[in-house]
Design a protein around this ligand. Sequence first.
Ligand code: SF4
Length: 252
Amino acid sequence: MFYLTEQFFSIQGEGKYAGTPSYFLRTGGCNLSCPGFGAAYEVDGEIRYGCDTYFAVDSSFSKTWIKVEDPNVLITELEAEFIKIGYLPDMVITGGEPLMYYSDDIFYAVVSWLVGKGIRITFETNGTIEIDFEAYPAYRDCVFALSLKLANSGEAREKRIKPQALKNIQANTKESFLKFTIDKQLAETTAFEEIEEIRQILPELDVYCMPVGESRDTIWHNDKTVFHFCMQHNFLYSDRLHIRVFDTTQGV
Ligand code: SF4
């Protein structure tokens, strides 16, 4: 059994496949909480801090999540969606942290069905979950967009950087890449050193950097800095198209 918080057809807004029409599944729950990202929200009168997808992270919102208990129900829904769309789009499975469910029978049945259809799946993941690729081989055909968290997430290093989990992904997948969200302050302080440390674990993967921003305004505030940061260090710049186009609207 696993939880979905939303599903929708849109365009991948960031990373290696930015600009690609994609169907999104967003799972509920995360093994980190990233208080350093500072998105404030309220639960029963208490102010909490997390990331901009706090509604898919904090289990206090689980009443609004959909429990998936039968893979065939979701598969039938996806088949109907693909008929409506008119072709088989890319899939993006995001969260929260979707790989928390990687060994769940229901979740794996859905992933295996998608892989069997020849659909490219990108997991948007924090890269902290160690996957058993022998026991769950369908993940070998998936792309892992490794959005590793840096010190500004407010999480302890041992919790957000798991070398063995990362090495497994690098060794078992072909198209995975690293993706970092950076603001002016981080670019001017520890971002490069922190990324270099991670690249020592994952020397083969491309590095994409994109500006912090949950709205057009904050992206405009950070984009030039990240642009220059990428030029300086030979990293790939990724924009955040969905926010440029839709601003703060959710589920697009
Ligand atoms: S790992 Fe990602 S989804 Fe989880 S709390 Fe941090 S930013 Fe949010």
